[in-house]
Design a protein. Structure first.
Ligand code: NAI
Ligand code: MG
Length: 503
Protein backbone atom coordinates (compact mmCIF):
# COMPACT_ATOMS: atom_id res chain seq x y z
CA UNK A 1 0.00 0.00 0.00
CA UNK A 2 1.19 3.55 -0.69
CA UNK A 3 2.14 5.91 2.16
CA UNK A 4 -0.88 8.04 1.40
CA UNK A 5 -3.01 4.90 1.37
CA UNK A 6 -1.87 3.69 4.80
CA UNK A 7 -2.12 7.19 6.28
CA UNK A 8 -5.70 7.50 5.01
CA UNK A 9 -6.63 4.05 6.29
CA UNK A 10 -5.32 4.83 9.76
CA UNK A 11 -7.08 8.22 9.69
CA UNK A 12 -3.79 10.08 10.12
CA UNK A 13 -4.20 12.65 7.38
CA UNK A 14 -4.34 16.30 8.41
CA UNK A 15 -7.51 18.15 7.32
CA UNK A 16 -7.15 19.38 3.77
CA UNK A 17 -7.74 23.13 3.53
CA UNK A 18 -7.82 25.25 0.39
CA UNK A 19 -9.69 28.41 1.33
CA UNK A 20 -8.81 30.48 -1.77
CA UNK A 21 -10.16 30.52 -5.31
CA UNK A 22 -7.81 30.65 -8.29
CA UNK A 23 -8.67 33.76 -10.31
CA UNK A 24 -6.44 35.76 -12.65
CA UNK A 25 -3.37 33.83 -11.54
CA UNK A 26 -3.91 34.76 -7.88
CA UNK A 27 -5.23 32.95 -4.83
CA UNK A 28 -8.17 35.05 -3.69
CA UNK A 29 -10.60 34.72 -0.80
CA UNK A 30 -14.19 33.98 -1.81
CA UNK A 31 -16.35 37.08 -1.30
CA UNK A 32 -18.62 35.21 1.09
CA UNK A 33 -15.68 33.90 3.13
CA UNK A 34 -17.34 30.49 3.03
CA UNK A 35 -15.96 27.01 2.46
CA UNK A 36 -17.51 23.81 1.12
CA UNK A 37 -17.13 20.95 3.58
CA UNK A 38 -16.26 17.94 1.49
CA UNK A 39 -17.15 14.50 2.74
CA UNK A 40 -14.90 11.46 2.55
CA UNK A 41 -17.38 8.85 1.29
CA UNK A 42 -15.50 5.99 2.98
CA UNK A 43 -15.93 7.52 6.44
CA UNK A 44 -18.91 9.86 5.91
CA UNK A 45 -16.86 12.55 7.66
CA UNK A 46 -15.70 15.96 6.51
CA UNK A 47 -12.12 15.69 5.33
CA UNK A 48 -11.59 18.92 3.34
CA UNK A 49 -12.57 22.59 3.49
CA UNK A 50 -12.60 24.18 0.05
CA UNK A 51 -13.27 27.82 -0.87
CA UNK A 52 -16.84 28.35 -2.08
CA UNK A 53 -17.45 30.80 -4.93
CA UNK A 54 -20.70 32.69 -5.45
CA UNK A 55 -21.92 34.85 -8.36
CA UNK A 56 -19.59 37.73 -7.42
CA UNK A 57 -16.53 35.50 -7.61
CA UNK A 58 -17.76 34.10 -10.92
CA UNK A 59 -17.96 37.71 -12.21
CA UNK A 60 -14.32 38.24 -11.23
CA UNK A 61 -13.24 34.97 -12.82
CA UNK A 62 -15.05 35.75 -16.08
CA UNK A 63 -13.48 39.23 -16.13
CA UNK A 64 -10.03 37.67 -15.64
CA UNK A 65 -10.68 35.14 -18.41
CA UNK A 66 -11.90 37.89 -20.80
CA UNK A 67 -8.86 40.02 -20.09
CA UNK A 68 -6.56 37.04 -20.70
CA UNK A 69 -8.24 36.39 -24.04
CA UNK A 70 -6.71 39.54 -25.53
CA UNK A 71 -3.49 39.40 -23.47
CA UNK A 72 -0.18 37.59 -24.10
CA UNK A 73 -2.07 34.30 -24.57
CA UNK A 74 -3.59 35.56 -27.83
CA UNK A 75 -0.19 36.55 -29.20
CA UNK A 76 1.50 33.20 -28.57
CA UNK A 77 2.38 31.11 -31.57
CA UNK A 78 0.19 27.97 -31.57
CA UNK A 79 3.19 25.68 -31.15
CA UNK A 80 4.23 27.68 -28.10
CA UNK A 81 0.71 27.26 -26.72
CA UNK A 82 1.12 23.54 -27.37
CA UNK A 83 4.43 23.54 -25.47
CA UNK A 84 2.73 25.04 -22.40
CA UNK A 85 0.01 22.37 -22.52
CA UNK A 86 2.76 19.72 -22.82
CA UNK A 87 4.35 21.16 -19.70
CA UNK A 88 1.04 20.99 -17.86
CA UNK A 89 0.68 17.34 -18.94
CA UNK A 90 4.14 16.59 -17.53
CA UNK A 91 3.25 18.27 -14.24
CA UNK A 92 0.07 16.19 -13.97
CA UNK A 93 2.23 13.08 -14.48
CA UNK A 94 4.79 14.21 -11.90
CA UNK A 95 2.08 15.00 -9.35
CA UNK A 96 -0.10 11.98 -10.16
CA UNK A 97 0.27 10.38 -6.72
CA UNK A 98 -0.86 13.45 -4.81
CA UNK A 99 -3.66 14.30 -7.25
CA UNK A 100 -4.94 10.72 -7.19
CA UNK A 101 -4.93 10.61 -3.39
CA UNK A 102 -6.96 13.83 -3.22
CA UNK A 103 -9.53 12.47 -5.66
CA UNK A 104 -9.77 9.09 -3.96
CA UNK A 105 -10.55 10.77 -0.66
CA UNK A 106 -12.99 13.16 -2.28
CA UNK A 107 -14.98 10.74 -4.44
CA UNK A 108 -14.18 7.31 -3.02
CA UNK A 109 -12.69 5.79 -6.14
CA UNK A 110 -9.91 3.25 -5.51
CA UNK A 111 -6.45 4.79 -5.54
CA UNK A 112 -5.32 2.40 -8.25
CA UNK A 113 -8.11 3.74 -10.50
CA UNK A 114 -7.45 7.40 -9.75
CA UNK A 115 -3.71 6.85 -10.39
CA UNK A 116 -4.62 5.44 -13.80
CA UNK A 117 -6.93 8.38 -14.43
CA UNK A 118 -4.13 10.89 -13.75
CA UNK A 119 -1.98 9.19 -16.39
CA UNK A 120 -4.90 9.27 -18.78
CA UNK A 121 -5.62 12.92 -17.98
CA UNK A 122 -2.01 13.73 -18.86
CA UNK A 123 -2.27 11.70 -22.08
CA UNK A 124 -5.35 13.72 -23.03
CA UNK A 125 -3.44 16.96 -22.52
CA UNK A 126 -0.50 15.63 -24.51
CA UNK A 127 -2.74 14.75 -27.46
CA UNK A 128 -4.32 18.21 -27.53
CA UNK A 129 -0.96 19.90 -26.94
CA UNK A 130 0.10 18.31 -30.22
CA UNK A 131 -3.07 19.53 -31.91
CA UNK A 132 -2.52 23.20 -30.99
CA UNK A 133 -0.51 23.91 -34.17
CA UNK A 134 -2.65 21.74 -36.45
CA UNK A 135 -5.93 23.63 -36.29
CA UNK A 136 -5.96 24.72 -39.91
CA UNK A 137 -8.52 26.57 -41.94
CA UNK A 138 -8.83 25.81 -45.64
CA UNK A 139 -9.04 27.54 -48.97
CA UNK A 140 -12.33 27.41 -50.88
CA UNK A 141 -12.33 27.75 -54.70
CA UNK A 142 -15.73 29.36 -54.84
CA UNK A 143 -14.81 31.79 -57.64
CA UNK A 144 -11.85 32.12 -60.03
CA UNK A 145 -11.89 35.84 -59.18
CA UNK A 146 -11.58 35.56 -55.46
CA UNK A 147 -9.46 34.07 -52.77
CA UNK A 148 -11.61 32.55 -50.05
CA UNK A 149 -10.35 30.87 -46.94
CA UNK A 150 -11.44 29.98 -43.44
CA UNK A 151 -9.81 30.93 -40.17
CA UNK A 152 -10.47 28.95 -37.03
CA UNK A 153 -10.58 31.26 -34.06
CA UNK A 154 -11.15 30.56 -30.37
CA UNK A 155 -14.79 30.84 -29.25
CA UNK A 156 -13.65 32.96 -26.31
CA UNK A 157 -14.32 32.38 -22.63
CA UNK A 158 -15.34 28.79 -21.88
CA UNK A 159 -17.29 27.88 -18.75
CA UNK A 160 -16.41 24.29 -17.84
CA UNK A 161 -18.90 22.70 -15.43
CA UNK A 162 -17.54 19.42 -14.08
CA UNK A 163 -18.98 16.26 -12.54
CA UNK A 164 -17.69 14.43 -9.47
CA UNK A 165 -17.04 10.96 -10.89
CA UNK A 166 -13.67 11.67 -12.59
CA UNK A 167 -12.96 15.33 -11.84
CA UNK A 168 -9.43 15.79 -13.20
CA UNK A 169 -9.77 13.42 -16.15
CA UNK A 170 -13.01 15.01 -17.35
CA UNK A 171 -11.59 18.48 -16.66
CA UNK A 172 -8.71 17.66 -19.02
CA UNK A 173 -11.17 16.50 -21.72
CA UNK A 174 -12.33 20.14 -21.77
CA UNK A 175 -9.11 21.91 -20.83
CA UNK A 176 -6.97 20.23 -23.52
CA UNK A 177 -8.96 21.21 -26.63
CA UNK A 178 -10.08 24.56 -25.17
CA UNK A 179 -6.48 25.65 -24.54
CA UNK A 180 -5.19 24.16 -27.80
CA UNK A 181 -7.66 26.34 -29.70
CA UNK A 182 -6.64 29.47 -27.77
CA UNK A 183 -9.61 29.90 -25.43
CA UNK A 184 -9.57 30.87 -21.76
CA UNK A 185 -11.57 29.07 -19.08
CA UNK A 186 -13.51 29.42 -15.88
CA UNK A 187 -13.75 25.94 -14.37
CA UNK A 188 -16.38 25.02 -11.81
CA UNK A 189 -15.81 21.66 -10.11
CA UNK A 190 -18.71 19.70 -8.63
CA UNK A 191 -19.57 20.53 -5.01
CA UNK A 192 -19.18 16.85 -4.01
CA UNK A 193 -15.54 16.85 -5.19
CA UNK A 194 -14.24 20.41 -5.00
CA UNK A 195 -10.72 19.55 -3.81
CA UNK A 196 -8.64 18.45 -6.80
CA UNK A 197 -9.31 21.01 -9.53
CA UNK A 198 -7.68 23.90 -7.64
CA UNK A 199 -4.48 21.85 -7.99
CA UNK A 200 -4.93 22.00 -11.75
CA UNK A 201 -5.04 25.80 -11.46
CA UNK A 202 -1.82 25.70 -9.48
CA UNK A 203 -0.12 23.40 -12.01
CA UNK A 204 -1.32 25.54 -14.95
CA UNK A 205 0.45 28.51 -13.35
CA UNK A 206 3.56 26.40 -12.69
CA UNK A 207 3.55 25.33 -16.33
CA UNK A 208 3.76 29.00 -17.35
CA UNK A 209 0.24 29.31 -18.76
CA UNK A 210 -0.47 33.06 -18.47
CA UNK A 211 -2.56 34.41 -15.59
CA UNK A 212 -6.29 34.43 -16.24
CA UNK A 213 -6.25 31.68 -18.88
CA UNK A 214 -7.27 29.00 -16.36
CA UNK A 215 -9.50 30.09 -13.45
CA UNK A 216 -10.98 27.71 -10.88
CA UNK A 217 -14.09 28.51 -8.84
CA UNK A 218 -15.39 25.63 -6.73
CA UNK A 219 -19.01 26.22 -5.76
CA UNK A 220 -22.54 24.89 -5.76
CA UNK A 221 -24.36 24.22 -9.02
CA UNK A 222 -27.36 26.38 -8.23
CA UNK A 223 -25.12 29.32 -7.29
CA UNK A 224 -21.73 29.36 -9.04
CA UNK A 225 -22.79 26.98 -11.83
CA UNK A 226 -25.96 28.90 -12.60
CA UNK A 227 -24.05 32.21 -12.56
CA UNK A 228 -21.52 30.86 -15.05
CA UNK A 229 -24.23 29.45 -17.33
CA UNK A 230 -26.06 32.80 -17.43
CA UNK A 231 -23.01 35.08 -17.59
CA UNK A 232 -23.00 37.42 -20.63
CA UNK A 233 -19.19 37.36 -20.66
CA UNK A 234 -19.05 33.60 -21.26
CA UNK A 235 -19.14 32.37 -24.87
CA UNK A 236 -19.51 28.67 -24.36
CA UNK A 237 -20.44 26.13 -21.73
CA UNK A 238 -18.91 22.68 -21.74
CA UNK A 239 -20.77 20.52 -19.23
CA UNK A 240 -20.79 16.94 -17.95
CA UNK A 241 -23.59 15.78 -15.67
CA UNK A 242 -27.31 15.06 -15.62
CA UNK A 243 -29.49 15.99 -18.61
CA UNK A 244 -31.95 17.83 -16.35
CA UNK A 245 -29.07 20.13 -15.39
CA UNK A 246 -28.09 20.48 -19.06
CA UNK A 247 -31.62 21.67 -19.81
CA UNK A 248 -31.35 24.34 -17.09
CA UNK A 249 -27.94 25.39 -18.37
CA UNK A 250 -29.26 25.63 -21.93
CA UNK A 251 -32.08 27.89 -20.75
CA UNK A 252 -29.70 30.08 -18.75
CA UNK A 253 -27.24 30.13 -21.66
CA UNK A 254 -29.90 31.29 -24.10
CA UNK A 255 -29.57 34.91 -22.91
CA UNK A 256 -26.48 35.50 -25.06
CA UNK A 257 -26.83 32.42 -27.31
CA UNK A 258 -23.86 30.68 -25.73
CA UNK A 259 -22.60 27.63 -27.46
CA UNK A 260 -23.24 24.53 -25.40
CA UNK A 261 -21.77 21.06 -25.42
CA UNK A 262 -23.19 18.52 -23.00
CA UNK A 263 -22.22 15.01 -21.98
CA UNK A 264 -25.09 13.64 -19.94
CA UNK A 265 -24.85 9.99 -19.13
CA UNK A 266 -26.27 6.83 -20.58
CA UNK A 267 -27.91 3.45 -20.22
CA UNK A 268 -25.53 1.58 -22.41
CA UNK A 269 -26.63 -1.71 -23.99
CA UNK A 270 -24.18 -4.64 -24.00
CA UNK A 271 -25.46 -7.19 -26.48
CA UNK A 272 -24.24 -10.78 -26.51
CA UNK A 273 -25.20 -12.96 -29.49
CA UNK A 274 -24.94 -16.68 -28.93
CA UNK A 275 -22.20 -17.12 -31.56
CA UNK A 276 -19.84 -14.81 -29.62
CA UNK A 277 -16.73 -15.74 -27.66
CA UNK A 278 -18.79 -16.00 -24.50
CA UNK A 279 -15.91 -16.31 -22.02
CA UNK A 280 -14.41 -13.13 -23.31
CA UNK A 281 -17.78 -11.36 -23.38
CA UNK A 282 -18.38 -12.39 -19.77
CA UNK A 283 -15.00 -11.31 -18.50
CA UNK A 284 -15.28 -7.86 -20.14
CA UNK A 285 -18.90 -7.47 -18.99
CA UNK A 286 -18.08 -7.61 -15.30
CA UNK A 287 -15.71 -4.65 -15.15
CA UNK A 288 -17.66 -2.81 -17.87
CA UNK A 289 -20.66 -2.85 -15.56
CA UNK A 290 -19.18 -2.41 -12.10
CA UNK A 291 -15.97 -0.43 -12.27
CA UNK A 292 -16.07 2.92 -10.48
CA UNK A 293 -19.00 1.54 -8.44
CA UNK A 294 -21.11 1.97 -11.57
CA UNK A 295 -20.65 5.74 -11.41
CA UNK A 296 -19.61 6.38 -14.97
CA UNK A 297 -21.66 7.44 -17.96
CA UNK A 298 -20.20 4.87 -20.33
CA UNK A 299 -20.71 1.66 -18.34
CA UNK A 300 -22.65 -1.40 -19.49
CA UNK A 301 -25.74 -1.13 -17.35
CA UNK A 302 -28.05 -3.30 -19.50
CA UNK A 303 -26.88 -6.67 -20.71
CA UNK A 304 -28.94 -8.45 -23.37
CA UNK A 305 -28.03 -12.09 -23.95
CA UNK A 306 -29.42 -14.27 -26.75
CA UNK A 307 -31.74 -16.95 -25.35
CA UNK A 308 -29.53 -20.02 -25.87
CA UNK A 309 -26.64 -18.46 -23.91
CA UNK A 310 -28.78 -16.57 -21.38
CA UNK A 311 -28.91 -18.79 -18.29
CA UNK A 312 -25.22 -19.61 -18.20
CA UNK A 313 -24.23 -16.00 -18.91
CA UNK A 314 -26.47 -14.59 -16.17
CA UNK A 315 -25.11 -17.16 -13.73
CA UNK A 316 -21.54 -16.29 -14.70
CA UNK A 317 -22.18 -12.58 -14.22
CA UNK A 318 -23.57 -13.14 -10.76
CA UNK A 319 -20.66 -15.37 -9.74
CA UNK A 320 -18.09 -12.87 -10.91
CA UNK A 321 -19.93 -9.88 -9.46
CA UNK A 322 -20.01 -11.59 -6.07
CA UNK A 323 -16.20 -11.89 -6.19
CA UNK A 324 -15.61 -8.15 -6.71
CA UNK A 325 -13.78 -6.77 -3.67
CA UNK A 326 -15.63 -3.77 -2.27
CA UNK A 327 -13.52 -1.81 0.17
CA UNK A 328 -11.66 1.25 1.29
CA UNK A 329 -10.45 3.38 -1.65
CA UNK A 330 -6.90 3.56 -0.29
CA UNK A 331 -6.55 -0.20 0.13
CA UNK A 332 -4.76 -1.53 -2.92
CA UNK A 333 -6.76 -4.78 -2.88
CA UNK A 334 -10.00 -2.85 -3.42
CA UNK A 335 -11.75 -3.26 -6.78
CA UNK A 336 -14.55 -0.79 -6.11
CA UNK A 337 -15.10 1.78 -3.37
CA UNK A 338 -18.15 3.53 -1.94
CA UNK A 339 -20.55 5.77 -3.83
CA UNK A 340 -19.34 9.34 -3.92
CA UNK A 341 -22.25 10.77 -1.94
CA UNK A 342 -25.18 9.86 0.26
CA UNK A 343 -27.46 11.02 -2.61
CA UNK A 344 -25.95 8.51 -5.03
CA UNK A 345 -26.22 5.74 -2.46
CA UNK A 346 -29.89 6.59 -1.94
CA UNK A 347 -30.49 6.61 -5.70
CA UNK A 348 -28.91 3.16 -6.07
CA UNK A 349 -31.01 1.80 -3.21
CA UNK A 350 -34.16 3.20 -4.81
CA UNK A 351 -33.42 1.37 -8.06
CA UNK A 352 -32.68 -1.86 -6.17
CA UNK A 353 -36.08 -1.51 -4.50
CA UNK A 354 -37.71 -0.87 -7.89
CA UNK A 355 -36.07 -4.02 -9.23
CA UNK A 356 -37.33 -6.10 -6.32
CA UNK A 357 -40.85 -4.71 -6.66
CA UNK A 358 -40.98 -5.18 -10.42
CA UNK A 359 -40.47 -8.96 -10.16
CA UNK A 360 -36.91 -9.09 -11.52
CA UNK A 361 -34.82 -11.90 -10.02
CA UNK A 362 -32.00 -10.75 -7.72
CA UNK A 363 -28.99 -13.00 -8.35
CA UNK A 364 -26.45 -11.30 -6.11
CA UNK A 365 -25.90 -8.15 -4.04
CA UNK A 366 -28.65 -5.72 -3.17
CA UNK A 367 -27.33 -4.65 0.23
CA UNK A 368 -24.37 -3.37 2.20
CA UNK A 369 -21.24 -5.54 2.05
CA UNK A 370 -20.48 -7.22 5.35
CA UNK A 371 -17.74 -5.62 7.43
CA UNK A 372 -18.31 -2.14 6.00
CA UNK A 373 -20.55 -0.42 8.51
CA UNK A 374 -19.64 3.13 7.55
CA UNK A 375 -19.32 4.65 4.10
CA UNK A 376 -21.65 4.77 1.09
CA UNK A 377 -21.18 1.13 0.09
CA UNK A 378 -23.43 -1.26 -1.81
CA UNK A 379 -22.49 -4.74 -3.05
CA UNK A 380 -22.43 -5.27 -6.82
CA UNK A 381 -25.99 -6.19 -7.69
CA UNK A 382 -27.26 -8.32 -10.58
CA UNK A 383 -30.92 -8.64 -11.55
CA UNK A 384 -32.02 -11.07 -14.27
CA UNK A 385 -35.32 -11.17 -16.18
CA UNK A 386 -35.74 -7.43 -15.79
CA UNK A 387 -38.92 -6.18 -17.46
CA UNK A 388 -37.60 -4.34 -20.53
CA UNK A 389 -40.16 -1.57 -20.10
CA UNK A 390 -39.36 -1.01 -16.40
CA UNK A 391 -37.49 2.01 -15.06
CA UNK A 392 -34.59 -0.22 -14.03
CA UNK A 393 -34.21 -1.29 -17.66
CA UNK A 394 -34.43 2.23 -19.10
CA UNK A 395 -33.09 4.79 -16.64
CA UNK A 396 -29.55 5.56 -15.57
CA UNK A 397 -28.80 4.22 -12.08
CA UNK A 398 -25.18 5.44 -11.83
CA UNK A 399 -24.50 2.73 -9.30
CA UNK A 400 -23.44 -0.95 -9.24
CA UNK A 401 -26.77 -2.36 -10.39
CA UNK A 402 -26.93 -4.47 -13.52
CA UNK A 403 -30.05 -5.44 -15.46
CA UNK A 404 -29.74 -8.68 -17.46
CA UNK A 405 -32.37 -9.58 -20.07
CA UNK A 406 -32.82 -12.26 -22.76
CA UNK A 407 -33.57 -11.69 -26.46
CA UNK A 408 -34.38 -13.92 -29.42
CA UNK A 409 -33.24 -12.17 -32.59
CA UNK A 410 -31.35 -9.25 -34.03
CA UNK A 411 -34.37 -7.12 -34.83
CA UNK A 412 -35.72 -7.46 -31.31
CA UNK A 413 -32.44 -6.61 -29.60
CA UNK A 414 -31.89 -3.51 -31.73
CA UNK A 415 -35.35 -2.29 -30.74
CA UNK A 416 -34.67 -3.02 -27.05
CA UNK A 417 -31.22 -1.42 -27.15
CA UNK A 418 -32.72 1.78 -28.53
CA UNK A 419 -35.70 1.86 -26.18
CA UNK A 420 -34.18 4.35 -23.76
CA UNK A 421 -33.89 8.13 -23.84
CA UNK A 422 -30.11 7.79 -23.73
CA UNK A 423 -27.62 7.09 -26.49
CA UNK A 424 -24.01 7.36 -25.40
CA UNK A 425 -22.29 3.98 -25.74
CA UNK A 426 -23.30 0.56 -27.05
CA UNK A 427 -21.52 -2.71 -27.66
CA UNK A 428 -22.14 -6.07 -29.25
CA UNK A 429 -20.44 -9.44 -29.25
CA UNK A 430 -20.66 -11.69 -32.30
CA UNK A 431 -18.42 -13.59 -34.72
CA UNK A 432 -20.68 -12.70 -37.65
CA UNK A 433 -18.98 -9.77 -39.37
CA UNK A 434 -22.00 -8.71 -41.42
CA UNK A 435 -24.21 -8.67 -38.38
CA UNK A 436 -21.59 -6.64 -36.50
CA UNK A 437 -21.73 -3.83 -39.06
CA UNK A 438 -25.49 -4.07 -39.47
CA UNK A 439 -26.20 -3.77 -35.76
CA UNK A 440 -23.51 -1.13 -35.18
CA UNK A 441 -25.20 1.05 -37.79
CA UNK A 442 -28.59 0.75 -36.09
CA UNK A 443 -27.62 1.43 -32.47
CA UNK A 444 -28.45 4.99 -31.49
CA UNK A 445 -25.23 5.92 -29.66
CA UNK A 446 -22.14 8.03 -30.21
CA UNK A 447 -19.72 5.14 -29.60
CA UNK A 448 -20.36 1.52 -30.60
CA UNK A 449 -17.89 -1.29 -30.07
CA UNK A 450 -17.76 -4.87 -31.34
CA UNK A 451 -16.11 -7.63 -29.28
CA UNK A 452 -14.77 -5.06 -26.81
CA UNK A 453 -16.49 -2.40 -24.75
CA UNK A 454 -16.26 1.38 -24.21
CA UNK A 455 -12.91 2.01 -25.88
CA UNK A 456 -12.89 5.61 -24.61
CA UNK A 457 -9.74 7.28 -25.94
CA UNK A 458 -8.49 10.77 -26.68
CA UNK A 459 -8.38 9.95 -30.41
CA UNK A 460 -12.00 8.76 -30.61
CA UNK A 461 -14.87 11.26 -30.75
CA UNK A 462 -17.18 10.72 -27.80
CA UNK A 463 -20.65 12.06 -27.14
CA UNK A 464 -24.30 11.29 -27.09
CA UNK A 465 -27.42 10.89 -29.15
CA UNK A 466 -30.78 11.86 -27.62
CA UNK A 467 -30.64 12.86 -23.92
CA UNK A 468 -27.01 11.74 -23.69
CA UNK A 469 -25.89 15.11 -24.94
CA UNK A 470 -24.91 17.55 -27.61
CA UNK A 471 -21.55 17.79 -29.34
CA UNK A 472 -18.45 15.63 -29.13
CA UNK A 473 -15.51 15.51 -26.78
CA UNK A 474 -12.19 13.86 -27.70
CA UNK A 475 -10.71 13.28 -31.12
CA UNK A 476 -10.05 16.14 -33.52
CA UNK A 477 -13.84 16.68 -33.45
CA UNK A 478 -13.46 18.18 -29.97
CA UNK A 479 -11.65 21.12 -31.51
CA UNK A 480 -14.75 22.00 -33.54
CA UNK A 481 -16.55 22.62 -30.25
CA UNK A 482 -13.95 25.17 -29.18
CA UNK A 483 -13.47 27.12 -32.42
CA UNK A 484 -15.45 29.62 -34.46
CA UNK A 485 -15.02 29.35 -38.22
CA UNK A 486 -14.63 32.62 -40.04
CA UNK A 487 -14.79 32.79 -43.85
CA UNK A 488 -12.61 35.49 -45.41
CA UNK A 489 -13.10 36.49 -49.07
CA UNK A 490 -10.71 38.67 -51.07
CA UNK A 491 -11.76 39.91 -54.48
CA UNK A 492 -9.06 39.37 -57.13
CA UNK A 493 -10.87 40.72 -60.18
CA UNK A 494 -9.15 43.54 -62.14
CA UNK A 495 -12.54 44.73 -63.55
CA UNK A 496 -14.95 47.24 -62.06
CA UNK A 497 -17.81 45.34 -60.44
CA UNK A 498 -21.20 45.82 -62.15
CA UNK A 499 -23.39 48.34 -60.28
CA UNK A 500 -27.00 47.14 -60.38
CA UNK A 501 -28.13 50.60 -59.19
CA UNK A 502 -26.38 52.44 -62.04
CA UNK A 503 -29.51 52.75 -64.21
P1 NAI B 1 -25.53 17.47 -11.81
O1 NAI B 1 -25.84 17.53 -13.26
O2 NAI B 1 -26.44 18.22 -10.87
O3 NAI B 1 -24.05 18.04 -11.53
C1 NAI B 1 -23.03 18.18 -12.49
C2 NAI B 1 -22.44 19.58 -12.40
O4 NAI B 1 -23.44 20.54 -12.71
C3 NAI B 1 -21.91 19.96 -11.03
O5 NAI B 1 -20.74 20.75 -11.17
C4 NAI B 1 -23.03 20.83 -10.47
O6 NAI B 1 -22.59 21.75 -9.48
C5 NAI B 1 -23.47 21.56 -11.72
N1 NAI B 1 -24.82 22.13 -11.64
C6 NAI B 1 -25.90 21.66 -10.94
N2 NAI B 1 -26.96 22.45 -11.13
C7 NAI B 1 -26.57 23.46 -11.95
C8 NAI B 1 -27.22 24.60 -12.52
N3 NAI B 1 -28.50 24.87 -12.26
N4 NAI B 1 -26.51 25.40 -13.34
C9 NAI B 1 -25.23 25.13 -13.63
N5 NAI B 1 -24.55 24.09 -13.11
C10 NAI B 1 -25.21 23.26 -12.28
O7 NAI B 1 -25.47 15.95 -11.41
P2 NAI B 1 -25.56 15.29 -9.95
O8 NAI B 1 -26.78 15.77 -9.23
O9 NAI B 1 -24.27 15.46 -9.27
O10 NAI B 1 -25.77 13.76 -10.33
C11 NAI B 1 -27.07 13.29 -10.66
C12 NAI B 1 -27.00 12.27 -11.75
O11 NAI B 1 -26.45 12.84 -12.93
C13 NAI B 1 -26.16 11.05 -11.49
O12 NAI B 1 -26.84 10.12 -10.70
C14 NAI B 1 -25.93 10.57 -12.88
O13 NAI B 1 -27.07 9.85 -13.32
C15 NAI B 1 -25.79 11.85 -13.68
N6 NAI B 1 -24.37 12.22 -13.87
C16 NAI B 1 -23.75 11.91 -15.05
C17 NAI B 1 -22.41 12.17 -15.22
C18 NAI B 1 -21.70 11.82 -16.47
O14 NAI B 1 -20.55 11.44 -16.44
N7 NAI B 1 -22.31 11.97 -17.62
C19 NAI B 1 -21.59 12.77 -14.15
C20 NAI B 1 -22.35 13.12 -12.99
C21 NAI B 1 -23.68 12.84 -12.87
MG1 MG C 1 -16.42 14.48 -1.25
Amino acid sequence: MSDVGSAALSGNLAPFIRDRLFIGGEWVRPKSGRVIESIDPATEEVWAHIAEADARDVDDAVAAARAALSGPWSRLEPSRRGALIHRLADLVRQNAGELAAIESRDNGKPLRDTLGEMQRAADWLTFFAGAADKINGHQIPYSPHALAYTRREPVGVVGAILPWNSPILLCCWKLGPALAAGNTLVIKPAEQTPASILEIGRLAAEAGIPAGVVNVVPGYGKVAGAALAAHPGVNKISFTGHHSTAIKIMQAAAGNLKRCSFECGGKSPYIVFDDADLDRALSVAVHSAFRSTGQSCSLASRIFVQRRAYDAFARGLAERAARIRVGHPMDERTHIGPHTSAEQLAKTRDYIQLGLESGARLLTGGGRPSGLDKGYYVSPTVFRDVDTSSRLAREEVFGPVLAVMPFDDEEEVVRLANSTDYGLVGGLWTRDVSRAHRVAAQIEAGLVSVNTFRPVHYMLPYGGYKLSGIGRENGMEALDEFTETKAVVIDLSPNMPADPFAN
